[in-house]
Design a protein around this ligand. Structure first.
Ligand SMILES: Nc1ncnc2c1ncn2[C@@H]1O[C@H](COP(=O)(O)OP(=O)(O)OP(=O)(O)O)[C@@H](O)[C@H]1O
Ligand SMILES: [Mg+2]
Length: 474
């Protein structure tokens, strides 16, 4: 640790600093409180060790100053026995500890500093745990459950398998687990197992020796070596070719592997986090994925639910994305929010994020409204070859348990199309993928138009006479 020793008995400060240096700390000493403050203004220290009784500012004043201005710096006090009252007061003021300046107190100091180092390491872990997991939005029971599991497993070295559809947040949770783990200060290495052909992936993961293959002009360490003392994220683990699955299993079981073209076993200390949107059970049945590896990976699975199963998370997520773009979270109309909550989002959170990004651009300085949500981009183009996708467009409202009326929905959509088209029926018909004639007949059915009313010329194209004003509609 970087330590500053303060005493106006300079000899004591110096000897203490020397002893701390012997114990491996980076220790500096200064003469008195004023010099200490000057030093602290220039450099950051992990800890200050100060005498209590000094010419002003004395140890307690110095302590109060440090707590206020450099809260990350821990303070230890050296006291004479007579100062016990001050020492107790110091603890109340936020000092980490005090050491009685008698006998072999410098040895005691070294032990206290060791404990302090451990304490600081632990509180930093807690800090980054909060930081890592705080960015994950979602108050649904399913999401809270997943985050709770992540929080628990983060503290261990266990292999984790993140499962869930594309865009559900597997990457995000994987990173959070690493940064919430005791390995947070170590490397975070991510490899997409689906992005490279087998030979390249093998050398990427496990490294190669010089001359292992054409082009291997020098030895190159693999990502597992890069991840030593940290975590490796194996994304799309379902794409890992079978021969590499064998090698991965060996890393998990024996913590060793060999370079491509080498035979020296290399030992690494790496935590593995894997992710997939594939059905690994099915893949093991079809012998595309090794069962033994699957069991090893699946020791601690965390499944992220699709967004459509947690519509309550849509609002906080939408607000997060608005705020990320520097907008207040209420810069969206209630109608637009309801429309989002009704979406089924096959692309999950990523799709919501992209939809909102587009909407914010379209809205410019306006409030994001339904018209900015480019559902149309996901609409199957009426009459296009191939027709509508089998599962329907992503913006379809969920059917509530009590059911809904298709008639009411259709009437509402027709009205909305007429509104958007400012009463221009040809345009409204186009918006709905209907001919004008069909739109008329549906309007009649829904009581939106009297039979035979205006412009029933029979043609399906264009509105030659121009649109009647919207006000003419009931
Ligand atoms: N709960 C959440 N809170 C905040 N942001 C989220 C949440 N879930 C997902 N996101 C965001 O959504 C986007 C997609 O998430 P991520 O990349 O983690 O998904 P994934 O499951 O890894 O998808 P894929 O399988 O396609 O790799 C990211 O920008 C991520 O930050
Ligand atoms: Mg991902």
């Amino acid at each position: 640790m970087k330590v500053l020793v303060v005493d106006d008995e300079v000899r004591n400060a110096e000897l203490t600093a020397l002893e701390l240096r012997d114990a491996g700390h980076d220790a500096t000493f200064v003469n008195g409180g004023r010099a200490a403050l000057r030093k602290l203004e220039q450099e950051a220290f992990d800890a200050v060790i100060t005498d209590i009784r000094m010419a002003p500012p004395d140890g307690l004043e110095l302590l109060a100053d440090i707590r206020g201005r450099w809260p990350d710096c821990s303070v230890l006090l050296m006291t004479a026995y007579a100062d016990l009252d001050s020492a107790v007061k110091a603890l109340r003021l936020g000092a980490y500890d005090f050491v009685d300046k008698a006998g072999d107190f410098r040895a005691h100091l070294v032990t206290r500093l060791e404990r302090l180092a451990e304490h600081r390491r632990l509180t930093r872990t807690v800090d980054s745990l909060e930081k890592g997991l705080a960015t994950i939005v979602g108050d649904s029971p399913a999401m809270r459950g997943a985050v709770e599991l992540a929080r628990k497993v983060a503290k261990t070295d266990s292999t984790v398998l993140l499962r869930g559809e594309s865009g559900t947040g597997k990457d995000l949770i994987a990173r959070a687990i690493h940064y919430a783990s005791p390995r947070a200060a170590g490397p975070w290495i991510k490899v997409n197992c689906g992005a490279l052909p087998e030979a390249l992936l093998e050398s990427e993961l496990f490294g190669h020796e010089k001359g292992a293959f054409t082009g291997a002009v020098r030895q190159k360490p693999g990502r597992f070596e890069d991840a030593h003392k940290g975590s490796i994220f194996l994304d799309e683990i379902g794409e890992l070719p079978l021969p590499l699955q064998v090698k991965l299993l060996q890393v998990i079981e024996e913590k060793t592997f060999t370079h491509v073209g080498g035979n020296q076993p290399i030992r690494v200390d790496v935590r593995i986090i894997a992710a997939t949107n594939r059905n690994l059970e099915e893949m093991t049945r079809e012998r595309q994925f090794r069962e033994d590896l699957f069991f090893r990976l699946n020791l601690f699975p965390i499944t992220l639910p699709p967004l459509r199963e947690r519509p309550g998370d849509v609002r906080p997520l939408a607000e997060l994305f608005l705020e990320r773009h520097g907008l207040p979270k209420d810069r969206i109309t209630p109608g637009a929010m309801r429309a989002l909550e009704a979406c089924s989002f096959p692309g999950n959170v990523r799709e919501l994020e992209h939809m909102l990004e587009r909407a914010m651009i379209l809205a410019g300085s306006e409030v994001v409204d339904v018209e900015h949500l480019s559902f149309a981009q996901m609409l199957p183009v009426a009459g296009a070859p191939g027709g509508a996708p089998a599962q329907g467009p992503s913006w379809l409202p969920e059917i509530p348990p009590e059911g809904l009326s298709l008639e009411v929905l259709e009437r509402g959509l027709i009205l909305r199309a007429l509104e958007r088209a400012r009463g221009n029926k040809s345009q409204a018909a186009r918006l709905l993928g209907l001919t004008r004639r069909t739109l008329y007949s549906r309007m009649e059915r829904h009581g939106l138009r009297r039979p035979g009313e205006d412009g029933e010329a029979g043609e399906d194209e264009g509105d030659p006479a121009g649109a009647p004003p919207a006000g003419s509609e009931p």
